[in-house]
Design a protein around this ligand. Sequence first.
Ligand code: UD1
Length: 370
Amino acid sequence: MKKIISVVGARPNFMKVAPLHKAFALYNSSNGNSIQHLICHTGQHYDEKMSKVFFDDLELPKPDFYLGIGSGSHAEQTARVMIEFEKILLSEKPDLIIVVGDVNSTIACSLTAVKLGIKVAHVEAGLRSGDRAMPEEINRILTDSISDLLFVTEISGMQNLTNEGVPEQKIHFVGNCMIDSLIHYLPKIELSSIGEELGLEGSDYVVATFHRPSNVDNADQLLAMTALLNETAENLKIVFPVHPRTIKNLEINGLLNGLSKNIILTDPIGYLDFIKLVKDAKFVLTDSGGIQEESTYLKVPCITIRTTTERPSTVEIGNNYLIGDRFEDAKPVIEIIMKGENKKGKIPELWDGSSASRIIQIIATTFNIR
Ligand code: UD1
């Protein structure tokens, strides 16, 4: 029996590992339990609303290992994950570890594993924003350069890895595991009553999320953000689930009290409720990576306040508008959307709900497991 450990650390990781866990269970049911799949949660995100609610919503089992790392500087967080994860690897001796996405836990665990001679698979490999000031971009480049199997979500990722000289046999275009979760849970998502709970029924509304340091750790950007939200709220209700980093900075800069009454501030929202909110929204304002993809799948217009995206298919094929880092530049796009003249995007190739099972098949073939 082969032993595989998947790593989760932060909120955007959970919906990528959940379909893998389900696909391993399915594989085992017809292949004589030949793979033992374990989950390690580093604890990079630890609040009930940033972590536990996702385990519940996504029907993930309690993690087999919990490292309890918590917050800290990049060096502290990465180093603590490495020290604790090495202990797990030394005692468990897995055949493969799977890391997903681009958070600090992703690079910390892949680096620890390769140094012990343990193979690494990276899910969501090859994405590049081209902006090395983003911590995630550094995590992506480093993780891809030391991984043995690279599972890619969109065509641009294939091109990026080839351009970086990654051998072709390591790269596999499998589609998007996060969209597997979305498709799997759509019937349950439809049952969410979050719209009623927030008093949104019957009216157009916007979903806003901002947490990227370039937007929320900068006082001028925060001011521009609140100005855009207040102006948009003159015509539309806005649901604004606030990330811990963002609420802290809004408070520090004294901006919380100046927000319009039409802006519904909430704590971070669980997976099923959040996707339901996005699905029924008029449009989304965000700086998130994952939400660009989820809104593209749901065909909801998305305005991304960033200068770059590592997910260009959402702009080229999907409904995403990448407007740069000036919040006021969202206004003409909002006008286009309100007139119904926004682009009508398509769903990128292989975002079809079967990415995790493709990954498991490739892993099984690579390791000659049956
Ligand atoms: C991390 C990821 C980012 C991802 C985001 C999703 C990195 C480098 N960044 O950023 O790619 O898009 O998660 O949310 O890995 N905090 C809490 N409770 C928690 C977690 C965090 O209060 O459960 C607070 C802490 O004060 C912490 C701050 O939020 O200092 C930021 O958390 P951190 O994990 O450092 O980075 P994120 O901004 O969440």
